[in-house]
Design a protein around this ligand. Structure first.
Ligand SMILES: *Cc1c(COP(=O)(O)O)cnc(C)c1O
Length: 221
């Protein structure tokens, strides 16, 4: 894998308004530095411990995005540096992010994870409940959280029509929320969808953040 070449090819292929999150989970700091030297500044990790270990070893101008399931008792370890949490899947988690944001005097940018895939999963809100959640008084009261948009993962399938339908549904939900009257800490600008296998479809359906790992760094062991 030529990480530098992959980064520059991918970056050049993205349309204006879509940014690359280089998913560096399981890969070492040497590979992250190779991507950094090719100009990449946003890196995604799915485990808190791994992100916390890597962050101090790498340049300070990296934006660290947490993309995997986040346990409430781990928010405190990332609150003072995380640039975006993609995977908010409960109000209780948001409450803790708000608490930790207050502790470190930072407004923490978050995306709400929406369950769009056919597969059963414990994580994410259903599309139907998003309008109620986004406009709730409880969320409006979270002064140290800013909701920037939505994140979703499509079904793992070869059926590209199915994947497209799921991404399109998320995009329509995103557009619908943007037309709604929402609290000041809800500012919808980001739609996080697309991974190595399906990012081209996600881009066609309006993704603003693609989360790509193996197509940059190679297969994970
Ligand atoms: C691992 C992961 C990715 C990247 O997956 P690739 O197939 O390696 O591109 C994207 N999003 C999430 C939430 C992940 O956990």
């Amino acid at each position: 894998m030529n990480v530098e070449k992959n980064i520059s090819q991918l970056t050049r292929s993205l349309p204006a308004g879509c940014r690359l999150v280089a998913v560096s989970k399981t890969h070492g700091v040497d590979k992250i530095m190779a991507a950094y030297n090719a100009g990449q500044r946003i890196f995604g990790e799915n485990r808190v411990q791994e992100m916390v270990e890597k962050q101090p070893q790498l340049p300070a101008d990296i934006d660290w995005h947490l993309i995997g399931h986040l346990q409430r008792n781990k928010v405190k370890y990332i609150a003072d540096f995380v640039a975006l949490i993609h995977s908010v899947d409960s109000i209780k988690l948001l409450q803790e992010i708000n608490r930790q944001g207050e502790r470190v005097s930072r407004v923490i940018p978050c995306l709400i994870q929406v369950h769009i895939a056919r597969e059963e999963t414990k994580f994410g809100f259903s599309a139907e409940e998003i309008p109620t959640v986004i406009t709730s008084e409880e969320i409006a009261g979270f002064r140290f959280v800013e909701i920037r948009g939505l994140m979703g993962m499509a079904t793992l399938t070869d059926d590209t029509d199915q994947i497209r339908r799921e991404f399109r549904g998320l995009r329509e939900l995103f557009d619908r929320v943007k037309t709604m009257k929402t609290p000041p800490n809800v500012r919808f600008t980001e739609l996080s969808m697309g991974m190595s296998s399906d990012y081209q479809i996600a881009i066609e359906e309006g993704s603003t953040l693609v989360r790509i790992g193996s197509a940059i760094f190679g297969e994970r062991s």
